[in-house]
Design a protein around this ligand. Sequence first.
Ligand SMILES: NC(=O)C1=CN([C@@H]2O[C@H](COP(=O)(O)OP(=O)(O)OC[C@H]3O[C@@H](n4cnc5c(N)ncnc54)[C@H](OP(=O)(O)O)[C@@H]3O)[C@@H](O)[C@H]2O)C=CC1
Ligand SMILES: N[C@@H](CCO)C(=O)O
Length: 355
Amino acid sequence: MAFRLALIGFGGVNQGLVELLKIKHGKLGGLDLSITALADLRFGVVSNPKGLDLDALLETAANGFSIDALRKDPNTQICEEINLNSTLELIASDFVDVVVEATFTDPHTGEPALSHCHAALKHGKHVVTTNKGPIALAHSSLARLAAEQCVQLKYEGAVMSGTPVIRQIDTTLRGCEVNGFAGILNGTSNFVLDRLAQGQDFDAAVREAQVLGYAEANPAADLEGADVQLKVVILANTLWNTGLTRADVPCRGISLLTSQDIRTAQSVGRNWKLIGSATRHADGSVSASVEPRELSADHPLHSISGVTNAVTFDTDVLGNVTISGPGAGRRETAFAILSDLIELAEQTGKYEVRA
Ligand SMILES: NC(=O)C1=CN([C@@H]2O[C@H](COP(=O)(O)OP(=O)(O)OC[C@H]3O[C@@H](n4cnc5c(N)ncnc54)[C@H](OP(=O)(O)O)[C@@H]3O)[C@@H](O)[C@H]2O)C=CC1
Ligand SMILES: N[C@@H](CCO)C(=O)O
């Protein structure tokens, strides 16, 4: 089974994917992944139906997005002008099977990612995305379009990076009723809270999270809770399909917490955490929130530290089930894309990929 990928956005996550493809080359059973198209604001629209060279792609990123390395292959087409139309044209190309959308998340409109995903599905391309905007704001219409076009829409990386959560809902947790969840769903804010507890300055901690590739393009989304709000909407709608929207999720972030608040809590064995949660009530309605909570030492999320995230599902059969792992990171998030591609290959190729 071969997939020809179009990478839309070539920031940390999609660069992480190229690195992973190099490492995993030949280790994915019968799955052959090539990158035939690439679009990024920093260098334009690039294509090669025979497949772009992975080393040249990484060299491009390493050299400040100078495209000299890509020019070496005469089969590579490069257009340095990029706009929505040229990107949509690239997405529609007949040498693209799967569109991997990893531009920035816009929590208000979901754009331009929403247009990229919509166009891809409309042209019969599968979509794999880590972008929370389109999934939180328009999952049901995108999923309907995917079903009409007989293609798949996958978004494992949109919640808790490479840590498997979305797929658990669809697979291993099937048969359980999930009545609610509470989670630490943002790596940057959890990382910053830890740094504050260690006495570091707030702005320095945010800068460190940016350098490490955890933060959103606008880190206010991490710190003021909008990123968690989107993830709560995505998880709740994946679980219950009740059409929860951002407006239904009251949201407060961590920016008003002081180092003093954090140290006072610690002195009595408690920790402040930014918690996203949702509960389904007996009448089918869902209530949800994002807020800092002071957790006692016996709480399952009390000791989740740094960029690690965790979510506890409240289930009818198993009681509490907690999943924990990386909540952000370039390669960690790229792994979610890889795992979506492997599942896609299994579903569409009707054979098992031994990865
Ligand atoms: N990093 C992480 O740990 C995680 C990230 N995500 C999500 O994955 C996505 C990608 O994250 P990440 O790689 O870290 O983000 P980056 O900001 O590193 O990369 C995004 C890239 O997309 C480019 N871009 C922006 N607009 C367009 C456009 N219209 N067309 C083409 N390219 C565009 C940006 O260019 P420019 O810089 O010039 O704007 C940038 O190079 C985001 O939506 C993020 O929320 C999800 C889980 C974890
Ligand atoms: N900025 C996000 C990336 C993962 O969605 C975080 O820090 O959790």
